[in-house]
Design a protein around this ligand. Structure first.
Ligand SMILES: *[C@@H]1O[C@H](CO)[C@@H](O)[C@H](O)[C@H]1NC(C)=O
Ligand SMILES: *[C@@H]1O[C@H](CO)[C@@H](O)[C@H](O)[C@H]1NC(C)=O
Ligand SMILES: *[C@@H]1O[C@H](CO)[C@@H](O)[C@H](O)[C@H]1NC(C)=O
Ligand SMILES: *[C@@H]1O[C@H](CO)[C@@H](O)[C@H](O)[C@H]1NC(C)=O
Ligand SMILES: *[C@@H]1O[C@H](CO)[C@@H](O)[C@H](O)[C@H]1NC(C)=O
Length: 499
């Protein structure tokens, strides 16, 4: 009847299942139950309640319900990898407060919800890779505060946001390789200040926002990411400036991306990292690389990784072997295309002045401002007292005084040279009130106009009364010529006031 041994095995398994308990299906000791590859469609309910490890790998479970693990409160490790789980009911794990490791990779989960992992207060490691997860709802990990390692690789996530990671203050390892991530929003890593390993390779990252690393060190003096993997994306620009604030980085991978040039600050960042891979990017060896090249004096680990791409003047050569002067052929001296005040109303004492300077050139020029006081600010300095400078060439001076009146200079510099432009502005100062504001000024103006009108009215009233007295007292009306002259002078005022 049975031609294949596998068929016999299946028959025996079915018999066992019909006859006996799952315990006979599974192979159990008091502390461990192995139930892998048993064709199970639900979590067996008759295993020893003392087990600390339950292995349910490769079965056909589709749903996890609230009661499924209620008997197994001693569980420390739960392996549910390679099932068909698509539904995890709220509180399914609420009895598993001893659980420290859970494997859920290779299932059909699409969304992680805030009520899903309630009760897993001691979970340290969580492997939920290779699912079709496309969303992690806000607060999902708030019930797992002890999590140290989270593997979310090979899912379908497209965007990372800070609210996905709230509660993960102890997370050290975070893996997202092989998703479809195109955007990492500002402050995403703010909740994960203990992160040391971040893997984002094999995604669709193109531009990396300069604010995405804030939680990884810029605002955070505590230990931060030491291992950052970003290979195999489509990264065109990488915010090296922001990485320079992360002190502890020891490995950075950016190979197989779309970067074409490296700014000079990239040299300082890369040479401070012990393991770097920036291989296989379409490096353009032209004027934009001059500043980086000029810093390549000492041998470095990435010397052989910057191979000039095709087409290009130095296709196939390593940047390290090229003479900086040969790179400068297509340099363009900076051209300041705009230098102006952002607002154009009268600048009053105590107010804020904003100036915007825009410059073109190859390589992209760096902007420096010189204030009327002679103080100098580079457009990389963020803030110093009353003065703030943004990277896009905006300078903001708050609480202006007479000392801020005068000539502001914008200097645009690149390796081809520098260009200067001036903008002058005056600060208007009112003696009466050092904290003059626009509404107060308007009130003053209204009061002044009203006062003038009242005085004019009084003067004219008195004058008219005098005239009437003149007319009634003096019988001689004068010569017609004289009368005409007097009348002519009086007419415009006589009518409105006299009648
Ligand atoms: C994370 O999951 C991926 C995919 O399953 C796997 O290749 C990788 O080794 C996992 N990482 C760790 C540290 O387990
Ligand atoms: C190098 O590139 C520039 C600009 O693309 C081009 O004008 C010049 O002819 C090239 N020089 C060589 C030697 O190929
Ligand atoms: C500089 O920019 C201005 C404004 O865009 C333009 O008219 C001028 O030709 C440019 N000069 C150079 C040298 O490129
Ligand atoms: C501004 O930048 C220039 C050139 O990059 C540099 O020489 C100068 O020291 C910088 N000044 C300040 C105040 O950072
Ligand atoms: C410069 O950057 C600031 C902050 O990012 C932004 O608010 C401002 O609009 C930008 N200015 C211009 C002219 O791009």
């Amino acid at each position: 009847m049975f031609k294949k041994p596998a068929g016999v095995l299946m028959f025996l398994l079915v018999i066992l299942k019909v006859l006996g308990t799952a315990e006979t299906v599974c192979s159990c000791t008091a502390s461990v139950c192995h139930c892998h590859i048993r064709g199970l469609t639900s979590v067996p309910q008759d295993l020893p309640t003392t087990i600390t490890f339950l292995d349910l790998v490769i079965n056909r479970i589709t749903t996890l319900s609230q009661s499924d693990f209620s008997e197994y409160t001693s569980l420390e490790m739960l392996d549910l990898a390679h099932n068909d789980i698509s539904t995890i009911n709220s509180q399914a794990f609420s009895h598993l407060s001893s659980l420290t490791i859970m494997w859920l990779y290779g299932n059909q989960i699409t969304v992680l919800r805030a009520d899903m992992f309630m009760g897993l207060e001691n979970l340290r490691e969580f492997y939920i890779s290779s699912n079709p997860i496309n969303d992690i709802q806000a607060g999902t990990f708030e019930s797992t505060p002890k999590l140290r390692s989270l593997n979310l690789s090979n899912n379908k996530l497209t965007v990372l946001r800070a609210d996905m990671f709230t509660g993960l203050g102890n997370l050290e390892i975070l893996q997202f390789q092989g998703n479809d991530i195109t955007d990492i929003q500002a402050g995403t890593f703010n909740p994960t200040s203990q992160l040391t390993f971040l893997r984002l390779s094999y995604n669709k990252l193109t531009t990396l926002r300069s604010d995405m690393f804030t939680g990884l060190g810029k605002l955070d003096p505590t230990p931060n990411v030491g291992d950052l993997r970003l290979s195999d994306n489509t990264v065109v620009t990488f915010p090296f400036e922001d990485l320079s604030n992360i002190q502890t980085i020891s490995r950075l991978t950016l190979h197989n991306n779309q970067m074409t040039t490296l700014p000079s600050v990239a040299y300082d960042v890369l040479s401070s990292i012990s393991t770097v891979n920036i291989d296989n990017n379409p490096w353009q060896c032209d004027c934009r690389m001059v500043e980086f090249k000029l810093k390549m004096i000492e041998p470095s680990s990435f010397d052989k990784q910057i191979t000039c791409s095709h087409p290009g003047n130095f296709s196939g050569q390593n940047l390290v072997g090229i003479n900086p002067e040969d790179l400068m052929i297509d340099c363009q001296k900076p051209n300041i295309t705009r230098f102006e005040r952002v607002e154009n109303y009268l600048l009053l004492h105590g107010q804020t002045v904003r100036l915007f300077c825009e410059a073109t050139g190859i390589p992209t020029p760096e902007i420096t401002f010189i204030l009327p006081s002679g103080l100098e600010f580079n457009a990389t300095v963020l803030s110093a007292g009353r003065v703030t400078v943004w990277e896009n060439g905006t300078i903001i001076v708050t609480g202006v005084t007479a000392a801020d009146s005068g000539r502001y200079a914008c200097i645009a510099t690149n390796s081809a040279g520098s260009t200067l432009a001036y903008f002058s502005t005056d600060v208007v100062y009112f003696e009466t009130s050092p904290t003059f504001s626009l509404p107060i000024l308007i009130l003053y103006l209204i009061a002044a106009v009203a006062g003038t009108l009242v005085i004019v009215a009084i003067v004219l009233t008195i004058w008219c009364k005098c005239c009437r007295k003149d007319r009634s007292v003096g019988p001689d009306a004068g010569t017609p010529a004289m009368m005409g002259r007097r009348h002519g002078a009086r007419v415009p005022w006589d009518h409105p006031l006299g009648m």
